[in-house]
Write a protein that binds this ligand. Structure first.
Ligand SMILES: [Zn+2]
Length: 319
């Protein structure tokens, strides 16, 4: 083959890979173009999803999820990073992992990251019966048997275990989030990083969760960002965590890119819910049968705002 042809191939591959790596939530290379640029994003087991009413999920008895090493900050190194799509806490080293809870193996914790909106009435990726939440935390863990996260992410259904937690707006600051939020100003734009000290990963989650066996939902899905690999065992917890409007604002003040600083804020970094298709969603608890318990469940879910709601539902949440 002539040299010129080789150069042409090299240039096309190079340009294609640059294009393929680029994605956004809105505008060029936005959500609706993901399936063209990243074919997995158009497949049938995608995330996030809208969870149906609890009665429409399937009960499966599962042991509590066990959290190992989360509560001992002296044993891990964390790095905070703004990657232009989210703010991430990378677990750089340390023996932090989850197991149990019906997970297919032991999963090492790689990073925490968040999804949020431009206002307090949307921002979560998973929704519950059409209701959404202002922010969602993802704790990303990879199956130890695959050695590292990049390898695990490309494996079938048991490569990654992501734990999802919803937030709801509260009158008061969530003090467990404060040490992390205090550092957000240090990672204002894409590419900024910082060694993070004094953050206890265990405190970011409802503590000692394994002791009281909280309610959670389980299904098979995908990464919610390109390349959308369908390698995720999803666990989304029903317990909502608090965050104040002022704390949420600190996330909303982050920027996507240095060049676009101005008013180009890093917000609305959530993917819309995807079709469930023929997947089964499991819950680890039996549905309440007494009227009182049912009423309690309904009230709890009514506190969350509906996506696309026109009113500022934050007002209802702070009652
Ligand atoms: Zn995520």
């Amino acid at each position: 083959m002539a040299t010129a042809e080789w150069i042409l191939i090299f240039v096309s591959v190079y340009v294609f890979s640059l294009d393929a790596a680029e994605w956004h939530y809105a505008g060029d290379h936005g959500i609706y173009e993901w399936p063209q640029d990243f074919p997995h994003c158009g497949e049938v087991r995608q995330s996030p999803i809208d969870f149906p009413k609890v009665e429409d999920m399937t009960y499966s008895k599962m042991t509590p999820i066990e959290f190992h090493g989360f509560d001992d900050p002296s044993k891990y190194l964390l790095k905070l990073e703004n990657n232009g799509h989210t703010v991430k806490v990378n677990v750089e080293s340390g023996d932090v992992y989850v197991e149990g809870g019906g997970l297919p193996g032991r999963f090492k914790t790689a990073q925490f990251h968040f999804h949020w909106g431009h206002s307090g009435d949307e921002g979560s990726e998973h929704t519950f019966n059409g209701h959404n939440f202002p922010m969602e935390l993802h704790v990303v863990n990879y199956n130890e048997k695959y050695g590292n996260i990049s390898n695990a992410a490309t494996k079938g259904g048991d490569g990654l275990a992501v734990l999802g937690f919803w937030y709801q707006v509260s009158d008061h600051d969530n003090y467990a989030l404060a040490p992390l939020i205090n550092e957000l100003g240090q990672v204002p734009v894409k590419g900024s990083k910082l060694n993070l000290t004094g953050v206890n990963l265990g405190l970011l989650l409802p503590i000692h969760m394994d002791e009281y066996n909280p309610h959670f939902y389980r299904y098979s899905g995908s990464l919610t960002t390109p390349p959308c690999f369908q390698s995720v065992v999803w666990t989304v917890f029903d317990n909502k965590m608090p965050i104040s409007s002022a704390q949420l604002q600190m996330f909303q003040n982050l920027h996507e890119d240095k060049e676009l600083q101005g008013d180009h804020f890093l917000v609305d970094n959530f993917r819309p819910t995807q079709p469930l298709n023929d997947r089964i969603i499991y819950r680890n608890f039996e549905v309440a049968t007494t009227g009182h318990e049912q009423q309690q469940q309904q009230q709890e879910h009514q506190q969350a705002p509906r996506r696309k709601a026109k009113v500022n539902v934050r007002l209802h949440l702070v009652d």
